[in-house]
Design a protein around this ligand. Structure first.
Ligand code: SAH
Length: 252
């Protein structure tokens, strides 16, 4: 049996209770070493076989899993954040399905959520925006033209941009040509939730490139763009309003 598990964004306490249990029971653990905080491996059994997938190709990963299956062992495939987001998990799941290997998936706390927590920010402010777009800028991995930042930015929603901090000046150009003002607030969160390593840079579209360069951040960072970051004039939610009744409370 193979368990695909989201390790969370970095803080070892941000794995789910279920993910931690599966990790502590696994005979074989294959972790995404480029991003997973290795501290989380302390939950593993002392005699667990541990592999770092950063040095492996898909076929090698499948080989390790197949051997473990033959030996009746349990494998945890540990991915950073949540496995469904830029996790390259689909090809692994499809290959396991083809080979008749049984697997399940345990979700994790994605880094865009850890970034919101670090920023102490709600992404969906009433009357400002009710939408969060998760995306990346096209680079070595292309992004379909219909989803270019220029097009997405026209909606003026909250944008959480993954895998792109090295392309920040291009992002700035895209967003400005899509109609975001140079004063639009931007935050860059480096290693959100990693104990002792997290850095938060707050700026505007016209300042952020310099600020991030100065802070020497060129990887493992979340770019958050949008009016939610500066808006003081949002409408308070109906949820706690005395005028509003809902299933659990009558209006007073
Ligand atoms: N599945 C992961 C994303 C993997 S892609 C998730 O759900 O978070 C890797 C990208 O995620 C990085 O380039 C960076 O943009 C972002 N990322 C991962 N961990 C991060 C963290 N702790 N803080 C900020 N960004 C992070």
């Amino acid at each position: 049996m193979v368990h695909i598990v989201g390790a969370g964004p970095g803080d070892p306490e941000l794995i789910t209770v279920k993910g931690q249990r599966l990790l502590s029971e696994a005979d074989v653990v294959i972790f995404a070493g480029s991003l997973v905080n290795e501290e989380i491996l302390r939950y593993c059994k002392p005699d667990a076989e541990i592999y770092n997938s950063a040095q492996m190709m898909l076929e090698e990963i499948l080989h390790v899993i197949t051997l473990a299956e033959k030996a009746g062992k349990t494998t945890v495939r540990l991915h950073t954040g949540d496995p469904s987001i830029y996790g390259a998990t689909q090809e692994q799941m499809d290959a396991m399905r083809e080979r008749g290997i049984e697997f399940d998936v345990t979700p994790g706390v994605s880094s865009f959520l850890a970034a919101a927590a670090a920023l102490k920010q709600e992404y969906t402010l009433p009357s400002v925006t009710q939408t969060v777009i998760i995306t990346r800028r096209g680079g070595r991995t292309p992004v379909p033209d219909s989803e270019s930042l220029k097009k997405l930015a026209q909606h003026q929603t909250t944008l959480c941009i993954f895998l792109s901090v090295n392309l920040l000046s291009e992002i700035k150009q895209d967003l400005m040509s899509a109609g975001f003002k140079s004063s639009t607030p931007v935050a860059v969160v480096y290693k959100a939730s990693w104990p002792g390593e997290e850095k938060i840079i707050r700026g505007r579209l016209d300042t952020i490139v310099e600020q991030v360069k100065e802070a020497k951040i060129d990887r493992t960072a979340m770019i958050v763009v949008g009016h939610c970051l500066s808006s003081k004039s949002y409408q308070k939610s109906n949820l706690y309003s005395p005028m509003f009744s809902h299933m659990f409370r009558q209006a007073r």
